[in-house]
Write a protein that binds this ligand. Structure first.
Ligand code: DC
Length: 222
């Protein structure tokens, strides 16, 4: 049976994952955070001192698995649960960097397509509507101003030890936006048939409702 696929793309910090997770739970779909695949690959790359060594090892030695516990996605790298470990600023930058490599994109492409063939999914990333699932049933491009995204991240992190400053977060977001939109292969861009939602002045529930309305209008979920 054909599965239903919803693609959500957009820049770092636009709220894709929390919104996609909520909408997936309302629909009973699997939420797939594809950024975690790039992040775990970035973590793997740190074991190698040169890019050549990393790319040589990728195919044979980097085993990634996504597992779901009560709807929450966990990612395993060579048997280790690295779900928490990949959420550092260092890994964010490294993931953005290695995601420009054609070998890395090719390596992760089939994994993503396979999951979407198997389950009804909401998949979030940068190239889901353009490359991974060009025939997705619904495509959303979720964005917000860089300042708003940095300020949301700042509020999430401010109580943590060694929390970055707002300025550091804004700088990091701008750098990742630049990397993600300027790479040669599968750059971040809004698919022609995607619905663009700018959440700069919208709340979490408002965005979820807008997406649920689109789902009702456009998908036959009977
Ligand atoms: O969504 P995220 O911030 O966890 O993603 C980390 C990096 O991975 C992001 O800067 C770019 C890359 N990425 C990508 O190139 N394509 C995707 N589908 C998802 C993430």
């Amino acid at each position: 049976m054909k599965t239903i696929n919803i693609a959500i793309d957009g820049p770092a910090g636009a709220g894709k994952s929390s919104i996609a997770r909520e909408v997936a739970s309302q629909l009973g779909f699997v939420y797939v955070d594809t950024g975690a695949l790039y992040r775990a690959t970035a973590l793997f790359s740190l074991e190698y001192s040169t890019q050549e060594e990393f790319l040589r090892a990728l195919e044979d030695d980097c085993h990634l698995e996504l597992k779901y516990f009560g709807g929450t996605q966990c990612i395993f790298l060579n048997g280790d649960n690295v779900t928490e470990k990949i959420r550092t600023p260092e890994i964010s930058m490294k993931a953005s960097e290695i995601s420009a490599l054609p070998e890395v994109r090719a390596f992760l492409l089939e994994t993503q397509k396979d999951i979407a063939r198997e389950f009804n999914v909401i998949m979030d990333g940068r190239d889901i509507g353009t490359v991974v699932l060009p025939d997705a049933d619904l495509k959303i491009f979720l964005t917000a101003s860089a300042e708003e995204r940095a300020s949301r991240r700042y509020l999430e992190l401010e109580d943590k030890p060694d929390a970055p400053t707002y300025e550091q977060l804004l700088e990091e977001i701008k750098q990742r936006d630049y990397n993600d939109t300027h790479r040669k292969i599968a750059p971040l861009k809004c698919a022609k048939d995607a619905v663009r939602i700018d959440s700069t002045t919208m709340g979490f529930h408002e965005v979820c409702e807008e997406i649920m309305d689109l789902v009702e209008d456009r998908l036959d979920l009977e």
